[in-house]
Design a protein around this ligand. Structure first.
Ligand code: GLV
Ligand code: MG
Length: 324
């Protein structure tokens, strides 16, 4: 079975064409590293990048993070060789393949079928799949995609840049705020109208979260292009986390700590979750289904929310002990 509860707060993108960055990637504190053979690599460098990725997988220590390889899209001439060459030669150390521009369940099944053959020929353990949802068709088919290949599919990632291209959305930055996506309030008593910016990606990301949670997958948010804007990154990540997203890409090492911070429950959240569980256990022992805590009504749904927070923290603590 795939590792559905893999810790996935931060996912560092590393160009497969850059051996120096591939070498450093595992030491930077990301929960997941993906080596990119797709859009960060120019067509003329595709073959060389595969070799760099294979070398990095087989020569460096990847015990401190999960490792994914982003293959080229199924509509390119590179895809099948990416899978065959990289998995045959370095499949032992690959946790997941990241498939870009997934349009339909058949895309997942194609990769899964190839993986099954290579795994059985090379005696490898099963490799999981992460799927980028970044086309209008992929979003239109997202529930069917999420339900495909439960024995491999672990996570769906929202690829905002390609999604904007595919839907012909007007954007100013990749994954950032857009002043065009706003509403103007009515005039107040002084005739002043306020302009409120909204989140252009709310629908797409919400839909991805629901599709993922319906089928036991991790919802992951994609890139934020403004690497000089940590505040903007934090706000985008916090908005995603508020919807239920579990982690976000880091397209620069400086974004890793931001993602880990945002997607780790705060001490106050964990303490409150533990108090809720204690209060509900006490209520249950008295035969009560609901109780008041700090002026708020709690019921069985509060237990489920608190359990999510505590379970997440336990996984984070276990990882921190493992890498310490
Ligand atoms: C990621 O691949 C994106 O297109 O945003
Ligand atoms: Mg993309």
């Amino acid at each position: 079975m795939p590792s559905k509860d893999r810790l996935h707060r931060s996912e560092l993108a590393v160009p497969g064409s850059n051996p120096r960055m591939l070498e450093k990637a595992s030491t930077l504190g990301a929960d997941v590293v993906f080596m990119d053979l797709e859009d960060a690599v120019a067509p003329a460098e595709k073959e060389e990048a595969r070799k760099h990725v294979i070398r990095a997988l087989t020569h460096h220590d990847w015990s401190r993070c999960a490792v994914s390889v982003r293959i080229n899209g199924l509509d390119t001439p590179y895809c099948y060789r990416d899978i065959v060459e990289v998995v045959e030669q370095a499949g032992k150390r690959i946790d997941t393949l990241l498939i870009p521009k997934v349009n339909a369940p058949a895309d997942i099944l194609f990769v899964a079928t190839l993986l099954a053959q290579i795994e059985s020929s090379k005696g490898l353990k099963p490799i999981g799949i992460h799927a980028l949802i970044e086309t209008a068709r992929g979003m239109a088919n997202i529930e069917d995609i999420a339900a495909t290949c439960p024995e491999r599919l672990e996570a769906l990632v929202f690829g905002v840049a390609d999604f904007a291209a595919s839907t012909q959305a007007r954007v100013t930055t990749m994954g950032g705020a857009n002043p065009d996506y706003a509403v103007l309030t009515h005039s107040d008593d002084d005739g002043v109208r306020a302009r409120h910016w909204n989140d252009q990606w709310h629908y797409a990301l919400s839909r991805l979260v629901v599709a993922c949670r319906a089928y036991g997958l991790r919802p992951i948010d994609g890139p934020f292009s403004e690497i000089q804007d940590p505040d903007g990154y934090r706000v985008a990540a916090r908005a995603a986390a508020a919807l239920g997203v579990e982690g976000k890409w880091a397209i620069h090492p400086s974004q890793i700590a931001l993602a880990n911070e945002v997607f780790t429950p705060t001490e106050a959240e964990v303490a409150r979750a533990r108090r809720i569980l204690a209060a509900m256990a006490e209520a249950a022992s008295k035969g009560q289904g609901a109780v008041m805590l700090d002026g708020r009504m709690l019921d069985a749904a509060s237990i489920r929310q608190a359990e999510v927070v505590v379970a997440k923290m336990e996984r984070i603590e276990a990882r921190e002990e493992m890498v310490a």
